[in-house]
Ligand binder design. Structure first.
Ligand SMILES: NC(=O)c1ccc[n+]([C@@H]2O[C@H](COP(=O)([O-])OP(=O)(O)OC[C@H]3O[C@@H](n4cnc5c(N)ncnc54)[C@H](O)[C@@H]3O)[C@@H](O)[C@H]2O)c1
Length: 369
């Protein structure tokens, strides 16, 4: 297939690009190269004859029209977004612009091209979204359940609200204009090339640097973690086999409390790069994120039963691969650590105190969970 992948220089988009190129698809990576982008993420495919890169902003209608006219894609996989919850608390405007207006602009460009091309039935606009649109579950898996595709939307952060709005736009363009779409809502990803402001890399890199490992609140918040390569595989599966107009929840059935996830990472580091003392001693509890969702958990029954997709690794296996990748790729993450905001505590503008309990002190890093 000829694919346009938006956000292909980011964390998940680059995993999609690498897999799609390896599968032999013709891939156009479209990315505005914001602070979160890194073209090194796709260096392994940069010279492939079935790969090309276009630096463009999804909010730029003329640029989007030009990409469709030049490449005549069979599908768009739309991952470009502002993705960091803490940044959305400090500056929601960019999230509204990119995630809502940008998705609208891309939808309009896709629709115009699709109509001009004679409304090909096989065309797909694949919108990649998050489980955060569903809001927050109660703490008990037995009584509080999991997110299904029918769970009502209840976003609670500027980030998740902007993603929810974009999901609604994509469904509306299908219902109103007939644009052939599929949607996916995925749980928290982790893995290689994860930008160093997000929780898993922050834990690894602070541990290695001998710095405090920040835990928001009491660390009781539960997330459902999925290895990024498994997400990319699921996305390519949905793109090719998913039902028209249908949405699929993607998750790894790996519910874990933040504090336990951090403990797992510290234990892996203790094995792979032993220090003078266990890394878990660097854990430092900091003021919680305002409006911090308690629990996310995905019911992946639909994608499992309808499309036969399953994750390839357990959380333990994926974390071991991830830690090893960061140990082996120091030049990649060092180059990103001086980008604006990385290493700072973000997303506390609504909170009066920034540090509740410091342990051995905190530099206030800001993991996204
Ligand atoms: N990270 C997660 O755990 C997770 C989970 C579920 C869904 N998602 C969704 O997956 C997608 C990718 O997430 P990620 O973690 O890889 O994000 P990321 O922040 O790592 O990458 C986003 C990419 O989009 C690009 N981009 C941003 N604004 C743009 C614009 N206006 N025009 C063109 N490109 C632009 C950036 O340059 C960057 O390369 C997002 O839509 C996100 O909402 C993420």
């Amino acid at each position: 297939m000829k694919l346009v992948v938006t956000g292909g220089a980011g964390f998940i988009g680059s995993a999609v690009v690498r897999q799609a190129v390896a599968q032999g698809h013709q891939v156009v990576n479209l990315d505005a190269l914001t602070y979160a982008a890194c073209l090194d993420n796709v260096a392994s495919v940069a010279d492939a004859e079935n790969y090309s890169f276009v630096e463009a902003d999804i909010r730029d209608r003329a640029a989007m029209d030009a990409v469709f006219a030049e490449h005549a894609p069979d599908a768009v996989m739309h991952l470009a977004a502002e993705s960091h919850v803490d940044r959305s608390i400090d500056g929601p405007g960019t999230f509204i612009d990119t995630n809502i207006t940008g998705t609208y602009t891309l939808l309009e460009a896709a629709r115009a091209w699709w109509v001009r091309a004679g409304r090909p039935e096989g065309f797909r606009f694949h919108h990649i979204s998050t489980d955060e649109v569903f809001g927050s579950l109660g703490p008990d898996p037995e009584t509080d359940g999991q997110f299904t595709e029918d769970t009502p939307y209840d976003p609670r952060s500027p980030y998740s609200a902007s993603k929810a709005a974009s999901d609604h736009l994509v469904r509306a363009w299908h219902e109103t204009y007939g644009l052939p779409v599929v949607l996916t809502n995925c749980s928290n990803n982790y893995g290689p090339y994860h930008f160093p402001e997000k929780l898993v890399p922050v834990v690894i890199l602070n541990a290695l640097a001998g710095k405090p490992i920040p835990v928001y609140g009491a660390g009781e918040n539960v997330r459902d973690w999925l290895y990024v390569e498994d997400h990319a595989d699921a996305l390519l599966t949905v793109l090719q086999k998913g039902g028209l107009g249908r949405s699929y929840n993607i998750g790894g059935e790996n519910e874990v409390r933040n504090i336990d996830l951090i403990g797992m990472i510290c234990a892996i580091l203790d094995e792979k790069r032993p220090g003078d003392r266990p890394y878990a001693e660097q854990i430092s509890f900091v003021t919680d994120r305002p409006g911090h969702d308690m629990r996310y958990a995905i019911d992946p029954t639909r994608i499992r039963e309808e499309l036969g997709w399953r994750p390839s690794v357990t959380l333990q296996q994926g974390l071991e691969k991830t830690v090893q990748w960061y140990l082996d790729n120091e030049s990649w993450w060092r180059a990103l650590q001086d980008r604006a905001g990385v290493g700072e505590r973000l997303g506390v503008s609504a909170v009066s105190e920034t540090v509740r309990e410091t342990g051995s002190g905190t530099n206030g890093r800001s993991p996204k969970t």
